[in-house]
Design a protein around this ligand. Structure first.
Ligand code: DQQ
Length: 581
């Protein structure tokens, strides 16, 4: 259906309201609010193929691994309510990273060294593939310490029971090591050096200096703090959930965390507590000095890159030896209020697992949803190439718009029409100042998702091309400002530049749409933006999906493929031995 240019008026004639919620501190305790509401099942925002437990609060993915052909995911979970607190390591397993079966929590408070909480950590495969977990425990003095746990029965592929080391804690703040006891957490997967010592990083800070403290051990039980951190950056504050891994210079194939040698680059990712975003640097690992040396492009925190320019935090990678790829998992928090979370009885989901590798340029990482998610695709819709005239809005029929996977590509031939930017502006501000209401020469063009029938509600994910100092800049925005008639949600507009050359390359966009989440991948995974939205009209079968061009110049739509996505089996009431996963 083509609505004429009049749609633009309807589309943009509403008042822009940006209900921005203050960010809640992750570790704030809501002891009085740990109960569930009753109308839990009647709700439109639960996802159909994103990872979430049946109820309650979740945050960070912990210790992902593949063992005896099964993927294991542990995660921070509050068994008692929809707000952060009472944290244990919940546990699910999968054969395909899409369908998940729940198991009992793997680690919960039981020793003095974790009696006040079992916080984030990682798994390492040691001695020929035996999994061990290092995690942060909160002791009776509310200090953060590091603990070890190992499987009770290595022949159980489900790794149901975990035993804690009687030597816990293995790493603790003391007056001698001067570690800040409230900023010492989230051990990484360990890697083995050529000298036979295991190394692990613990996130920390000293005043505003963000730190990745390095520890070494020969036997994984006795750990000694190295004199210097692996890396530190002034002004970045607490480094939560560090992740440190090697990647191949010239291939998307993933490698084991201990792998090192020629043709290898290293990535250090840190979750900045002050900003609540995940940032990474690419560089070299000096194995003699045990130091990470970021490439010049990452000289200060301003130049760090983000995995995702929307909502995405406390992520962690692991090496999948089944398919030789590195997989990235991340937590996507709600954008609604605590009261809303309590009402619906749950909070937090995980993003679709993404394969991650180094871009050909060597300057950034590329991420793409794991191929297994495509098993859920049904009802394919494919359009032939079309000219998308300025002001046109075309409905994509034939797919379930609230539960879909869409891939589109544009070609632009008239770059002279691009709007000239006189001053440098950061992309997120550009998306807000020059949002979809702002017509330029080239753009906005992209998708309208979760659109209501009268377009009172929609979330737009779109490109705009600018010219700045004789270069073409491709902006990708995910605009939530009109996503819901309910203004009690965070509706920040997200944006980033995408490193593609619009003269020679197509502008591609893929969006995974799932009831209250839109995960978008621009430039074939060079720029990712995840948004949480809560439409009040555009829910379930009432949601519609469109492709649009609101720029003045025409663009060519060279690809449009869309699918309904089937519901995945996610942590339902499945008997583990009969999962059929
Ligand atoms: N979440 C955990 C901490 C970590 C934080 C507590 C990051 O270990 O630093 O639930 O979201």
């Amino acid at each position: 259906m083509i609505l004429s240019s009049i749609w633009v008026l309807t589309f943009f004639s509403f008042i822009y309201v940006n209900g921005v919620l203050p960010i809640e501190a992750t570790h704030h305790s809501f002891r009085e609010l740990q109960n569930l509401s009753s109308d839990y099942y009647k709700q439109p925002y639960r996802t159909a193929y994103h990872f979430q437990p049946p109820k309650n609060w979740i945050n960070d993915p912990n210790g992902p691994l593949r063992y005896k052909g099964l993927y294991h995911l542990f995660y921070q979970y509050n068994p008692k309510g929809a707000v952060w607190g009472n944290i244990v390591w919940a546990h699910s397993v999968s054969k395909d990273l899409v369908n998940w079966a729940p198991l009992d929590p793997a680690i919960f408070p039981s020793q003095p060294s974790d009696i006040n909480g079992c916080w984030s950590g990682s798994t390492t495969l040691i001695h020929g593939g035996k999994p061990v977990i290092l995690y942060t425990g909160i002791n009776p003095l509310n200090q953060q310490v590091q603990n070890l746990a190992y499987p009770k029965n290595l022949s159980d592929p489900f790794l149901r029971e975990w035993v804690k080391s009687p030597k816990n804690p293995l790493m603790a703040p003391t007056s001698a090591n001067k570690i800040n006891s409230s900023s010492f957490r989230d051990p990484t997967t360990s890697w083995l050096g050529k000298d036979g010592y295991w190394r692990v990083l613990i996130g920390s800070k000293r005043n505003t200096l963000g730190l990745a403290i390095l520890y070494k051990s020969k036997d994984f039980v006795n750990w000694a703090k190295a004199k210097y951190p692996l890396h530190s950056v002034q002004g970045t504050g607490m480094w939560e959930c560090p992740d440190f891994f090697p990647i191949l210079n010239d291939s998307p194939i993933g490698i084991d965390t201990s792998f090192n040698g020629d043709n290898i680059r290293h990535v250090l990712k840190v979750s900045l507590d002050d900003k609540k975003h995940d940032y990474y640097m690419i560089g070299s690992y000096d194995i003699v000095k045990d130091k990470f040396i970021p490439d010049k492009a990452f000289k200060d925190s301003e130049s760090f890159l983000r995995y995702d320019y929307g909502k995405y935090y406390a992520s962690k990678t692991f090496f999948d030896d089944g398919k030789n790829r590195r997989i990235l998992l991340g937590w996507v928090n709600e954008s609604s209020s605590v009261a809303h979370d309590i009402k619906k009885g749950w909070s937090g989901i995980h993003a679709i697992p993404r394969a991650i590798w180094l871009d050909k340029s060597g300057k950034q990482l590329v991420q793409w949803p794991v191929v297994e998610i495509e098993k859920l695709r049904a009802n394919p819709v494919n359009w032939p190439t079309k000219l998308l005239k300025g002001g046109h809005l075309l409905q994509i029929n034939g797919v379930t718009a609230a539960q879909a996977d869409v891939e589109i590509s544009f070609e632009v031939n008239n770059l002279g029409e691009a709007e000239v930017l006189d001053n440098w502006t950061d992309p997120q501000s550009l998306c807000s100042q020059k949002g979809p209401t702002y017509k330029s020469g080239l753009g906005p063009f992209g998708l309208l998702v979760f659109a209501s029938k009268g377009l009172q509600e929609y979330t737009s994910v779109y490109f705009k091309i600018f010219r700045y100092q004789h270069k073409n800049l491709v902006l990708l925005c995910s605009d939530q400002s009109r996503s819901s008639l309910d203004n009690n949600n965070d509706k920040t507009n997200y944006g980033t530049f995408v490193d593609v050359d619009p003269l020679h390359e197509k502008l591609s966009l893929r969006s995974l749409i799932d009831h209250s989440v839109v995960e978008s991948f621009g430039g074939e995974g060079k720029a990712c933006i995840t948004a949480r939205v809560y439409p009040t009209l555009a829910i379930n079968d009432e949601a519609q999906l469109y492709v649009f061009n609101n720029g003045t110049a025409d663009v060519k739509l060279t690809r449009l493929s869309a699918w309904s996505l089937k519901k995945a089996q996610i942590n339902g009431k499945i008997k583990i031995d009969k999962t059929g996963l």
